[in-house]
Design a protein around this ligand. Structure first.
Ligand code: G6P
Ligand code: MN
Length: 446
């Protein structure tokens, strides 16, 4: 099988590859084509993958490409994990947001809309090219903001594009860990949009164990989301919120922490990632060891200002354990390629599962995956208190897609002004002014 990775020089590519080299089954991925606009990042990544391959005689053959059209033919799967505008774009959005007193995080509120406005025109062109050169390929979208990007791509690729995120399974795994249960032994009920959803139940041997967890504050606060939201608030909700809901529940506190932070997440990553790629390109030492160390630091500092805002300390080593991102991708690919029915939480068109949204709305829900694709499992629902939020944010996503596809500035203003984290039409307009002045990619908005 051939896998094409768009954003092939990206920092998390070795994570995906580490899962591929562990697969020795027939029908595994035997060829990986890395595609990126940045050749030096591709070269660094290829050296890391070569080190990862060394102990495995049957490791996939890796090729690197700056030309998408050269890489695509023959693809069985395409992973898309690109970052339009780079990490400096992320940093600029954080600064623009903060300068107007709103959160600039890359997937939530102003930051998510601006990032989507940069990204959607590019992924639409990618989707057209994939449809032309690899019409039978399955496209697995990691590109953020993953829900809205997947929905836009589905207008071209239909059900051949499936969005993934590690945060739902990460949350469920940590919660089950607090109950002493392995996630493979549970049926996880989860519903929402990407970075905006809730674990509704954790069924083990036919019994929902979530109520038992909710009764025990110390267990609830033994893992990351429990500490972020506090046991008291989670017990009030009666469900487990995705960590990204922290921006909605503690907006003022997070904004305040962001304003006080010496550097935003994007600023930190511009420096950290820049240093990594430069060192790895020039060092004679193992780039894999450098990558491991850099990844540890990146995970350690993940969502630092959210934790800071509620007085949490460092992350626990247990919360750093990977196996989210790459495992979801590999499980999805295997389920499709081998027709092995698997249950995974994915971003797919709603098709009647959530009653408050139409069929084409991409939602994040449990799905059954097999050779025919990913099919949402009936029965998911949004908690009552979240219905308004989900409806509003889906409206915002739709206006963002309309702005990107038609070039309508008015639609972009509608998206920003209706976002629950942007509290003024005047600020929405000012944010768009700053975004269009900063990002040449947005010159299509008229
Ligand atoms: C989680 C989210 C991803 C996001 C990543 C950001 O894994 O689910 O969607 O890309 O965090 O991590 P970063 O290290 O870039 O802040
Ligand atoms: Mn995600």
């Amino acid at each position: 099988m051939k896998l094409v990775l768009l954003g092939g020089g990206g920092f998390r590519v070795p994570l995906v590859f580490s899962a591929l080299v562990r697969d020795h089954e027939p029908g595994r991925v035997t060829s990986v084509a890395l595609v990126d606009t940045d050749r030096s990042k591709l070269e660094v990544t290829a050296r890391i993958l070569a080190e990862q391959s060394a102990p495995h005689a049957d490791a996939p053959v890796v090729s690197i490409h700056t030309d998408l059209e050269e890489a695509l033919p023959g693809a069985d799967f395409v992973f898309s994990a690109i970052r339009v505008g780079g990490m400096t774009g992320r940093w600029s959005d954080e600064r623009i947001g903060l300068s107007h007193g709103v959160i600039g995080q890359e997937t939530v509120g102003y930051g998510g809309i601006s990032y989507a406005l940069r990204t959607l025109p590019v992924v639409m062109r990618l989707a057209e090219t994939i449809k032309r050169l690899a019409p039978d390929a399955w496209v697995i979208n990691f590109t953020n903001p993953a829900g809205v990007v997947t929905e836009a791509m589905s207008r071209i690729l239909g059900d051949r594009v499936i969005g993934i995120c590690d945060s739902p399974i990460g949350l469920a795994r940590r919660a089950l860990g607090a109950l002493g249960v392995h996630s493979a032994d549970a049926r996880i009920e989860y519903a929402g949009l990407n970075h905006l959803g809730w674990v509704r139940s954790l069924v083990v041997d036919g019994v929902d164990r979530l109520p038992e967890l909710l009764e025990q504050p110390e267990r609830l606060e033994s893992f990351e989301e429990g500490r972020l939201f506090g046991a008291d608030w989670i017990r009030t909700l009666g469900v487990l919120p995705n960590e990204y809901l922290h921006y909605y529940s503690f907006t003022r506190e997070v904004l305040h922490a962001d304003q006080l932070a010496p550097r935003s997440r994007g600023g930190y990553l511009v420096e950290q990632q820049g240093r990594f790629y430069a060192e790895a390109a020039h060092s004679a030492h193992s780039p894999l060891a450098l990558w491991e160390a850099c990844r540890h630091d990146r995970e350690q500092t993940y969502m630092a200002s959210n934790r800071q805002s509620v007085g949490m300390g460092e992350r626990d080593e247990d919360d750093l354990v990977s196996g989210g991102y790459e495992d979801v991708a590999i499980a999805l690919m295997r389920g499709i390629a081998h027709d092995q029915s698997a249950r995974l939480i994915l971003n797919v068109p709603n098709r009647g599962v959530l009653d408050l949204l139409d069929d084409e709305a991409v939602v994040e829900v449990p799905c059954i995956v097999d050779a025919t694709g990913a099919h949402p499992v009936p029965g998911s629902s949004i908690p009552d208190f979240g219905r308004g939020l989900v409806t509003s944010v889906k409206y915002v996503e739709r206006q963002t897609i309309e702005a990107a596809l038609s070039g309508s500035r008015a639609a972009a203003v509608r998206a920003l002004a209706h976002h629950p984290l942007i509290d003024s039409v005047g600020i929405a307009r000012a944010l768009l002014e700053d975004a269009t002045a900063t990002f040449g990619e947005l010159s299509y908005l008229r």
